[in-house]
Structure formats: structure tokens, C-alpha cells
Write a protein that binds this ligand. Structure first.
Ligand code: GYE
Length: 334
């Protein structure tokens, strides 16, 4: 009961701040309406939280791009709770923002609130993670990364890595999978893409798969548990670098050499993972680009003008593998 009251109080505070902002912006907006351009656009953005360096970079990219574009941003951090995202989206509707954008923490459960946004005539842009929804017309489009392709890229590296190694279903290449947040599109997509490839080669076997929720702490805990119960591990496929950093801590505690004794494939390409790749502790890093702020602002402008946008926009991503020349790689920024 206490927690609920606190959460409602927080939401009230958020609404109050939004009202204050809107009050001054509304007058600002009316003044702006005389000026051309998009200065008066108000974008409501619901971010899921701050669970990883990737997420924090994604938030910075959005906030900096909004400031650069002169777009007034109402930014809400849902602290990993879908109900907080739904509350935030409802508050954006109440204040009649021009556009709503959000990262759906999980794929399901958005029909009602997106119907409310549609009924209010506010276009919605889905970013980073995808949603499962009956009526695709309830949102204008998606911009983000292709999680299924990221999973395929991880598996294709393993095919090359183990090419020629004698293996059979009786003497398999044993894979541990640490997956992301259960029910999230990146976790489902990466698992799907990985299996699309691996399942064609029976010598590869996933002997353990658990969700580490994209968290370093859970990656560490899961890896300690795996190392205490399984002694023959060939590969770790981790859905994000945050969990991988926890995995590295747990492996090194056991005196095992990551990247040598156990092949490690990870996704995101944050600086710490690239550094581990350079040290030979990780073998493959699949990029997942968090810096989509500028594109999000361009799309918000279009939607605010009533323009249509492409349904699915996937951002460019690369794969970094052991042996690559990374000397010219710019700092990752996350
Ligand atoms: O891989 C992870 C973050 O939604 C693609 O969420 C994103 C994932 C990313 O916590 O680091």
C-alpha cells in the first residue's frame, strides 16, 4: 500500500512538473506558432530505466538530440516497470503533447494505452524495443536495432570459430546462454536469430539458458551458479555486455581464462566489451547501436507535421571479432 502511494505521489509530481512546463510552453508554443519551423514541438518520452551503460547512452542521445533540435522533451524514467510507462504515456496524453515516443520494456501489454493515444490523436513512435500488438495502426512506426540479426551474427561467428573442430552430437560444443529481460523483444529476437543458425548444426548444443535481465549483477550470479554445477562449457552467448562483465568476473574468480578456455560472444559493443575483446577475454562483440536520438527527433518532427514514416527503421550495426584491427576504432561513448 505504502509503495503504491509513493508511486502515485511520484506520478502526481511528474504531472505537476509537466503541467508547469506545459503551462509555460503552451504560451511559448502559441508565440512559436507565429514562427516557422518545429520549435514548438513537445515530445513525451518514456524510457525504461538505467539498467545498463547502453541504456544510459540511449537516454543521453535522446536528451541531447532533443535539446539540439529545439524540441521540448518530457522525459520519464520508468525504473524498469511497465506500469510506470503506462502512467507516463497517460500523462503525456493528458497534457496533449505533439508526439509520444517510448521504449517498451516488454513486447506485450500496450493495446489499451496506445488506443488511448490514438483516440487523443497523438502519434506514437516505438523505439529500441518492439511491441506485439493486435492493431499495428496504433503506432506510427519503429526505429531501433534488429535483434534477430544480432542473434544470427553471434551464431555465425561461432560457426567460423569452431570450423574444423571435431564435434558431433555425442561430443557437442556446449553453449550457455544468458538472455535479456524475459518478454522483451531484444531477448526474444536474439534467442530466435541465434537458434535459426545454430539449430542447423547438431554439434552445437545450448545446455543452459536463463534470463539475467540485462544486469551485470545477475550475469555474475548466474555464471557462478553455472560454474558450480557444469564443468564442461565451451561457449557463453550473452545477450548484452552488462551481463558479460558479470560473467567475466565470475569466470576469473574460478581461475578460468575467458576467451581462451571458454569462447564468449556478447552484444552491445560498449567500451568495456571492446576493451575485453582487445585483451582476448571476449571473442566476438556484436554492435547494438544506442545512439538513435537524432533520428528519433527527425521522426518526431515528421509525425508532429502529420507526415507518415517508414514502419520499421533498423539502424546500421557491425560485428567486432577477435583478430580485427581495432586501433582506429573511436571511443564508444557507452
Ligand atoms: O542490449 C541492453 C539494454 O533494448 C537493445 O537493453 C536494448 C537492450 C541492450 O539494457 O544493454
Amino acid at each position: 500500500m505504502e509503495k503504491n502511494r509513493l508511486s502515485n505521489f511520484r506520478c502526481f509530481l511528474f504531472l505537476l512538473c509537466a503541467a508547469a512546463l506545459m503551462a509555460c510552453q503552451k504560451t511559448g508554443k502559441e508565440e512559436d506558432s507565429e514562427t516557422d519551423g518545429d520549435k514548438g514541438i513537445i515530445l513525451g518520452f518514456s524510457q525504461i530505466g538505467a539498467e545498463s551503460a547502453w541504456r544510459n547512452c540511449n537516454s543521453r542521445s535522446i536528451q541531447e538530440a532533443a535539446a539540439a533540435a529545439g524540441i521540448q522533451l518530457l522525459f520519464n524514467n520508468a525504473e524498469q516497470k511497465q506500469e510506470n510507462q503506462i502512467k507516463a504515456i497517460r500523462s503525456f496524453i493528458a497534457y496533449q503533447v505533439d508526439v509520444i515516443a517510448f521504449v517498451p520494456i516488454v513486447a506485450g501489454g500496450w493495446n489499451n494505452v496506445l488506443q488511448e493515444a490514438k483516440d487523443a490523436g497523438i502519434p506514437v513512435l516505438v523505439t529500441d524495443r518492439k511491441i506485439d500488438i493486435e492493431d499495428e495502426n496504433l503506432y506510427a512506426g519503429f526505429i531501433g536495432t534488429d535483434s534477430v540479426q544480432e542473434g544470427r551474427d553471434a551464431a555465425k561467428f561461432l560457426l567460423k570459430k569452431f570450423e574444423g573442430r571435431p564435434a558431433s552430437p555425442d561430443n557437442p560444443i556446449r553453449i550457455i546462454e544468458l538472455s535479456g529481460t524475459t518478454g522483451s523483444s531484444p531477448a526474444m529476437g536474439r534467442a530466435q536469430g541465434f537458434r535459426e543458425i545454430i539449430d542447423q548444426y547438431p554439434q552445437f548444443q545450448i545446455i543452459y539458458s536463463e534470463s539475467g535481465d540485462f544486469l551485470r549483477s545477475k550475469g555474475y550470479e548466474l555464471m557462478r551458479s553455472v560454474l558450480s554445477s557444469l564443468d564442461e562449457i565451451d561457449v557463453i552467448f550473452s545477450h548484452n555486455d552488462g551481463m558479460t562483465l558479470g560473467v567475466l568476473d565470475a569466470i576469473k574468480e574460478k581461475g578460468i581464462n575467458p576467451g581462451t578456455d571458454i569462447v564468449i560472444v556478447t552484444i552491445d559493443a560498449e567500451q568495456a566489451a571492446i576493451d575485453a575483446l582487445k585483451r582476448g577475454e571476449v571473442n566476438c562483440v556484436v554492435e547494438c547501436n544506442p545512439k538513435t536520438g537524432p533520428e528519433i527527433m527527425q521522426l518526431a518532427r515528421k509525425l508532429a507535421r502529420g507526415d507518415t514514416i517508414d514502419r520499421f527503421i533498423h539502424v546500421e550495426e557491425v560485428v567486432f571479432s577477435e583478430g580485427d584491427d581495432l586501433s582506429g576504432l573511436a571511443p564508444r561513448g557507452y
